[in-house]
Design a protein around this ligand. Structure first.
Ligand SMILES: [Zn+2]
Length: 632
């Protein structure tokens, strides 16, 4: 087991479930193990290299050398991407003991720490002669947002055993924020929520109440129109309605979800049940009406925001990778608070179908937006090209607004901390991956298991007890919401288990095995008819994976617009490839696409349609793709 200590991104003072750290859970291989390896060996360095190359790290050097503002490079919040990459490096150091990641963190700390001003302020865009005044643009300036990521990086570093200079920098910055934005100070909020998450976690780490109080102040202040009215309205930054009065997530999706995650943190630490219930209600309505099949959130490119209920167009889906990650962060906090498996269900759906979709197999290119229908094949990007944020037909090496790659990096590096929890009574396994878990229960007893599985390719999960004493404890296994015919085998007895959780409570011996069988046959999925954009279509899912039709698998590579699927056909599977019956249509090109009647159905050839995991799309070159396929 790595020297990860109790490294966890979220450590509530009290919760239904106790999160385990990267020193207690280790991913040993398989689907997520492969991705962690690529993240460690390629993505972290890739992010660092690009930020050096584009001068984003150099901005800190320029600050020390008095070359700002003239030598400032990149958009206003690039400091935050350096911090997010540092957070990734901290988790990687804790997870694997990587000296490369450790060295990167130390080197960046040496570059950044001298930029901090005497009162704790630290930012490369504001406050110097020739730059705008500090906090003169709370709507767009992102100073507080950048601090939030700085604080999270410092917490990750400290929780993986290295409470070094960067923690001191972060504490001074947090003190400064409390001085500047406390009662009697600037009684406003930042345009992009994130500082709240950093402040609560730093309070949890250090025991400093003031940081928690400041986070609670920011949560309570939002929604009282302290930010300017903008083109998209104040709902863009959730400043139109107080957090606890909102009914569903609205506005810019990443902002809304970071804010909600922080509101859960504040609610837990302050015992604010009403605030927690409000966020759960907003989560419920958003999942029921504003979430893609992939778990993706935020349907509008314009304003990067949530649509109204049932506005979920597949071709214009924004579904930013960062919104997927923010959704995982929120659902994880709600799972810890409540113990309810539906939150882990959404974590799983989003990890496999949004977060895993973003990075290329080599870890050096990323999707920013994650549409469910690609109409036009993309153009292979130049590896030296810096894309705009959402040109998403093929994964791009880097973006002018590059929040997503560093977010993927920090999530993969800390992923083990999202698999399992403990409570007074035993262990809970929420996500299935080849892994080892070893921890201490609340009463001091040590327990451990090894999880062995080919998931998500097959549905057999074998759990071997590796540490236990003679007394009884409970092993709780999540049975995903989609798994309506699961089986559990223990001591020669095989029983049917329903969606939710399956509990095995008894005295264990080292070497005992429990087997969970999840039904991995492909299945049809139909949309709520109120989602107009996908009416008369169906999708196919297999286990936790959303599948798609991709043109590279079609005869002659024809555009997926020609595809119709037969929902009465049998879904078959062979060698990991799912096929369905369907037809390739021929359409007449008309001068005007709205005839008086549709006439007879267009002709077409019957074909067997191959379906592949959505997260693998566009890995074989430019293609067209669709998840929701019109029926014959
Ligand atoms: Zn992003």
């Amino acid at each position: 087991m790595s020297a990860g200590f109790d490294g966890r991104p979220v450590v509530p003072a009290s919760s239904r479930l106790r999160p385990l750290g990267v020193g207690e859970v280790e991913i040993t291989g398989g689907f997520w193990g492969d991705r962690q390896k690529v993240n460690s060996q390629a993505t972290i360095a890739h992010c660092h290299d690009w930020m050096e190359r584009l001068g984003w790290v150099g901005n800190f050097r320029a600050a020390v050398e008095g070359r700002l503002p003239q030598d400032r490079r990149g958009v206003v919040f690039t400091d935050s991407d350096v911090y997010k990459m540092m957070e990734a490096a901290a988790w990687e150091t804790g997870r694997s003991g990587s000296t490369d990641a450790d060295d990167r963190f130390t080197a960046l700390t040496e570059v950044i720490a001298p930029v901090q001003e005497d009162d704790g302020y630290l930012n490369t865009v504001f406050g110097r002669p020739g730059q705008p005044a500090r906090y003169s643009d709370l709507e767009w300036g992102h100073e507080l947002y950048c601090y939030g990521h700085m604080l999270q990086a410092a917490v990750a570093r400290a929780r993986t055993g290295k409470a070094d200079l960067f923690l001191e920098v972060a504490k001074r910055a947090a003190d400064h924020v409390c001085d500047a934005f406390g009662k009697g100070g600037i009684e406003r909020v930042g345009g992009h929520p994130e500082i709240e998450l950093g402040l609560v976690e730093l309070a949890r780490l250090t025991g400093e109440e003031r940081y928690l109080q400041q986070a609670a102040l920011f949560i309570d202040r939002r929604g009282h129109q302290t930010l300017a009215d903008i083109h998209w309205g104040r709902s863009y930054f959730q400043d139109d309605v107080p957090v606890r009065d909102q009914t569903a997530f609205t506005g810019h999706a990443v902002r809304a979800l970071y804010l909600a995650a922080a509101a859960v943190d504040v609610a837990i630490e302050t015992g604010d049940e009403a605030l927690l219930e409000a966020i759960i209600g907003q989560w419920d309505l958003t999942v029921a009406r504003r979430t893609y099949l992939t778990g993706g959130m935020g349907s509008h490119h314009d304003g990067e925001k949530f649509g109204e209920d049932f506005v979920l167009p597949p071709d214009r889906a924004y579904s930013e990778t960062c919104a997927g990650i923010a959704s995982v962060m929120l659902s994880w906090r709600l799972l810890l608070a409540t113990g309810e498996s539906r939150f882990a269900d959404l974590v799983e759906r989003t990890l496999f179908n949004v977060v895993a979709t973003s990075p290329a197999p080599d870890g050096r290119a990323f999707f920013y937006a994650n549409p469910l229908h690609q109409r036009v094949p993309g153009v292979v990007p130049d590896p030296d090209f810096v894309s705009n944020r959402a040109a998403s037909s093929l994964r791009e090496p880097w973006f002018a607004v590059s929040c997503c790659p560093t977010n993927v990096a920090r999530t993969f590096a800390s992923l083990a901390a999202y698999l399992a929890t403990s409570d007074g009574n035993g262990l809970q396994i929420h996500q299935y991956a080849d892994s080892r878990v070893s921890t201490q229960l609340d009463d001091g007893r040590r327990v451990g298991v090894e999880v062995m599985t080919g998931y998500p390719h097959n549905g057999i999960v074998t759990i071997a007890v590796s540490e236990t004493d003679a007394g009884p404890w409970a092993l709780t296994l999540r049975v995903p919401g989609w798994a309506n015919r699961a089986w559990l085998s223990d001591r020669g007895e095989r029983r049917r288990v329903d969606s939710g959780v399956a509990v095995v409570e008894r005295s264990f011996k080292v070497g005992d095995t429990i087997e969970l069988e999840l039904p991995m046959g492909p299945r049809w999925t139909v949309p709520d008819p109120r989602i107009d954009a996908i009416r008369n279509t169906v999708a196919v899912e297999r286990g936790p994976l959303v599948l798609c039709v991709e043109s590279v698998d079609l005869p002659g590579g024809v555009n997926v617009d020609k595809v119709r699927i037969d929902p009465d056909s049998d879904l078959t599977e062979s060698g990991g490839m799912v096929t369905a019956g369907g037809r390739l249509m021929e359409f007449d090109d008309r001068p005007w696409p709205y005839p008086e009647s549709s006439g007879s159905a267009a002709d077409g050839d019957d074909v067997m349609l191959p379906l592949v995991p959505y997260h693998d799309w566009a890995k074989r070159g430019p293609s067209t793709m669709r998840v929701w396929v019109p029926t014959v």
